[in-house]
Design a protein around this ligand. Structure first.
Ligand code: SF4
Ligand code: SF4
Length: 440
């Protein structure tokens, strides 16, 4: 069994609420709010206007650079409006509101079966790029960029990330059980694109069913193996996963390719399979809808652009005492101020919590207990970083490595003073970025 990076925590996982629930396909909602930019990196640029008719799979936003992706319409219909709308990241984002025409009619060239056996590395990368595929574990980094390492950074291992270490979330778990072959086909395409022969499926051992299913499925597939991982948060963070599997360290500020590794979420592998084999761009995803505040927890296949309100209604609605709705899991997710937020390519879950489960952040002073230091998987000093950030001494947060913070929330989880540590680090990073932009 693999595992064993520095730090980490053992939160209550609470996955039993939805892990046994098969994926249900959500019907088309009455309207979809599709953000024009859905990736980490350069924002994409809208190419449609109010009043235009669109087809399912039609490009509605073009990439704004190499580290960027196109966005496609999730159905056929009419653009009712464009503008700025609430988004899962907590800000207003530019989007198109699409009213489906009910025909769900594909754009010419989409939804055609293709023989993938003869695809070259460049063809696979182009398909992935044109399909708008991003990291679906939540990071939303453009996948074609990960498949294009410079020649001096050869990759010799592909790790399929099925750790799903965030509490509550179960969408990857269900995908591994229900879309096993498709995930492995997608992984084979990634391996061919970067000429890698060693493919490891990494799954935390609290998903024995998925481990067994994957083990059966990799039998007879050259180069594939399944690695059960120690259950510890954040096992699924890229750098921690690479270290757990290979013992290699990604240098501070570096990318996984600098440790000779490529990590792809299992949902991203499925998206690659659908793009290559079925000529379908990324327009839908599985979302775990869970927590004590949802009446009928489960895993839902929803179109990108479906509002949280519609998904919650589809799952029976929320209980009267729900106090918090989170996009993502409780460790790394973002609390929602509006249920008009819509699913984007990185929405792995919607977690609804009752008041007694919601930690109240009172921002008490740091009592220098040192608990955060021993759990930080990046070996940072969250206490010092938070004090610098609180005093707006952002330069010092930079000197103390805030850029290496993976925002996993382990420090905040153990902090007895309930300090909003991750919020401090996010703000410090944003300030540093803004200052360096201004400095040119
Ligand atoms: S400082 Fe960042 S990386 Fe370290 S535990 Fe806190 S959130 Fe995680
Ligand atoms: S865990 Fe909280 S109180 Fe303890 S040292 Fe870290 S920031 Fe301070």
């Amino acid at each position: 069994m693999a595992g064993g990076f520095f730090g980490g925590v053992h939160p209550e996982y609470n996955k039993e609420l939805s892990r046994g629930k098969s994926i249900r396909v959500m019907p088309l909602p009455e309207q979809l709010t599709v953000y024009f930019s859905q990736n980490l990196g350069a924002p994409s640029n809208a190419v449609v206007k109010k009043g235009e008719e669109v087809k399912k799979g039609q490009v509605i936003a073009q990439p704004g650079g190499f580290v960027s992706t196109p966005v496609h319409s999730p159905t056929s219909g009419k653009i009712k409006s464009t503008g700025f709308y609430p988004s899962p990241v907590g800000t207003l984002m530019e989007a198109a509101v699409i009213i489906p025409d009910g025909r769900d009619e594909w754009e010419e060239g989409c939804d055609r079966e293709r023989d993938t056996a003869g695809l070259t590395s460049d063809e696979i990368k182009d398909i992935v790029k044109e399909a708008g595929i991003v990291g679906m574990g939540g990071a939303t980094f453009p996948t074609h960029v990960k498949l294009s390492p410079p020649e001096d950074k050869p990759i010799d291992i592909l790790i399929l990330n099925g750790a799903e270490c965030e509490p509550y979330l179960t969408s990857d778990h269900r995908l591994m059980l229900e879309k096993t072959e498709e995930i492995l086909e997608g992984a084979s395409l990634f391996a061919r694109a970067i000429n890698v022969k060693n493919i490891v499926v990494a799954i935390e051992k609290n998903k024995p069913g998925a481990i067994e299913k994957m083990r059966e499925a990799v039998e007879g597939r050259d180069g594939f193996s399944v690695e059960p991982m120690e259950v510890i948060y954040p096992q699924g963070a890229e750098k921690q996963l690479i270290y757990s599997i290979t013992g290699r360290k990604v240098p501070a500020g570096g990318l996984p390719m600098e440790a000779g590794a490529l990590v792809q979420n299992v949902g991203t592998c499925l998206a690659a399979f659908e793009a290559a084999r079925l000529s379908r761009p990324l327009i839908q995803r599985v979302v775990a809808v869970t927590g004590s505040g949802i009446k009928n927890p489960g895993n839902v296949l929803a179109r990108v652009g479906t509002s949280f309100r519609d998904i919650i209604d589809f799952c029976g609605g929320m209980t009267d005492d729900t106090a918090k709705v989170i996009s993502g899991g409780p460790m790394m997710g973002v609390s929602q101020y509006s249920l008009d937020s819509a699913v984007n390519k990185g929405t792995s879950g919607i977690v609804l919590l009752k008041a007694d489960e919601v930690a109240q952040f009172e921002n008490e002073p740091c009592i220098r207990c040192g608990r955060c230091l021993v759990v930080c998987p990046m070996k940072l000093n969250p206490s010092a970083l938070s004090i610098f950030a609180e005093r707006m001494r952002y330069e010092e947060t930079g000197e103390h490595g805030v850029a290496d913070c993976i925002e996993c929330g382990s420090c905040a989880y153990v902090c007895p003073s309930k300090r909003p540590l991750v919020q401090h680090f996010k703000r410090a990073k944003a300030e540093i970025r803004n200052r360096s932009k201004k400095a040119g």
